[in-house]
Design a protein around this ligand. Sequence first.
Ligand SMILES: *[C@@H]1O[C@H](CO)[C@@H](O)[C@H](O)[C@H]1NC(C)=O
Ligand SMILES: *[C@@H]1O[C@H](CO)[C@@H](O)[C@H](O)[C@H]1NC(C)=O
Ligand SMILES: *[C@@H]1O[C@H](CO)[C@@H](O)[C@H](O)[C@H]1NC(C)=O
Ligand SMILES: *[C@@H]1O[C@H](CO)[C@@H](O)[C@H](O)[C@H]1NC(C)=O
Ligand SMILES: *[C@@H]1O[C@H](CO)[C@@H](O)[C@H](O)[C@H]1NC(C)=O
Length: 408
Amino acid sequence: MKGSRCLTIATALLTLVALKAYIEWTAGQDERFPTPQEGEWQTSSFTPAQTTAEDAVAIALLHFNASLHQMRQSIPKSKAYWNEKQHQIFRALDAGWSNASMHECEGSGGAERLSRIRDFGSYSQLYRNFILYDGCRNFPLLINQPGKCAHSKNRTFLLLAIKSLPGNFAARQAVRDTWGHEGEPGGLPVRTVFLLGTAGGQYGPNLQGMVEYESQTFQDILMWDFEDTFFNLTLKDFLFLNWTLEHCQDVRFVLKGDDDVFINTPKILDYLSSLDARKPVYMGQVMANASPFRVRKSKYYVPESYYVGPYPAYAGGGGYIFSGMLTQWLHIISQYIPFYPIDDVYTGLCFQALGIRPEAHSGFQTFDIAEKDRDNPCVHRELLLVHQRSPHQTLHLWKQIRDPKLQC
Ligand SMILES: *[C@@H]1O[C@H](CO)[C@@H](O)[C@H](O)[C@H]1NC(C)=O
Ligand SMILES: *[C@@H]1O[C@H](CO)[C@@H](O)[C@H](O)[C@H]1NC(C)=O
Ligand SMILES: *[C@@H]1O[C@H](CO)[C@@H](O)[C@H](O)[C@H]1NC(C)=O
Ligand SMILES: *[C@@H]1O[C@H](CO)[C@@H](O)[C@H](O)[C@H]1NC(C)=O
Ligand SMILES: *[C@@H]1O[C@H](CO)[C@@H](O)[C@H](O)[C@H]1NC(C)=O
């Protein structure tokens, strides 16, 4: 059994080498690693039919050895909780990958582990909850759209994966009625899903019935059985990768965004279809040289006893795009990176592990544009994505930028 698995790995690797359909992309440094040509991606190279999930992991870790190693160098060795946890995984990887990715979902049973954080008592309740459950990655899907990407004969070109909250009905409707409208413009299938956890809070109203009704009406809701809070967004990202692999594996591009952004979908389609299909994409508004925010009152506050060190460059979470062919790499590599409370930073860490740097595009404006331009359709017509617009503004702007009589 063991021997045949080695053989599979060897065959897969040989296929990779022999294919010569390799392309290379630089990660900015001198290390390069090959990526199978897009067309062969999931059939012949990375996941041959006979390759088990385990073999795929072994192959991936071999592939990304260099970038993982670089990442290891870049994370300070420190007593901070996350840093220690990540270095523990790196050490476990030295001994073999099979035991390195085990995530323990202990809940409040993990109290001993937490005594390592000296000032844990001063952490906010949300932070404490995040840390208590940061090893929990298995949550059932309550509402699924298994046929989402199967409706068209052509492979899904763009999947709009929109982070929403159960109560944001109006925002979702505005998206459906405007830039998130599903269709096949120019033969390029566009699909939309809204990513939801459950409506939380001890005293929150029960929205389940309404969300289920909405799902039956529009068939675009994905809901997992976890509490939809800010610190659970990384979990949402992870579960979405799993969903994409299960139900939309062929997708060319994924746009991950918030439900309060305005997206110029036609312009994005134009832009994406002009790209070299073999080149992996991770693109948005790039946060470079960022580091943890130490202001206690901020939503983005990160205690020093939790993480020290810089952040890798990452694309702002308001909206960014990545190639569908990266989904499997991301899903595998994220097993070896502990969850981080800030979801776009976490995504940046996963891309760093793959050796892929985010590419900046000035059409992404996640911190909004100059105040005087915020109602200006001519300005919006030239953008790809802007944060933030109300449902009302979204409908109005969409109508204006689509008007053939618009003079700019
Ligand atoms: C992975 O990279 C490290 C550091 O560059 C190197 O020492 C090690 O031999 C590599 N392992 C494999 C399997 O290539
Ligand atoms: C990995 O886990 C298995 C089962 O839990 C155990 O038998 C084995 O010794 C572990 N290997 C290492 C290198 O820790
Ligand atoms: C698939 O896309 C091509 C153009 O790339 C288009 O001609 C064709 O009509 C599309 N197929 C379907 C079923 O829409
Ligand atoms: C995330 O969801 C889980 C499952 O519902 C919950 O136990 C946990 O408290 C949530 N975490 C945060 C930080 O809200
Ligand atoms: C997705 O998650 C389910 C449940 O944890 C798991 O059984 C399945 O293997 C995962 N799929 C992939 C592609 O990893």
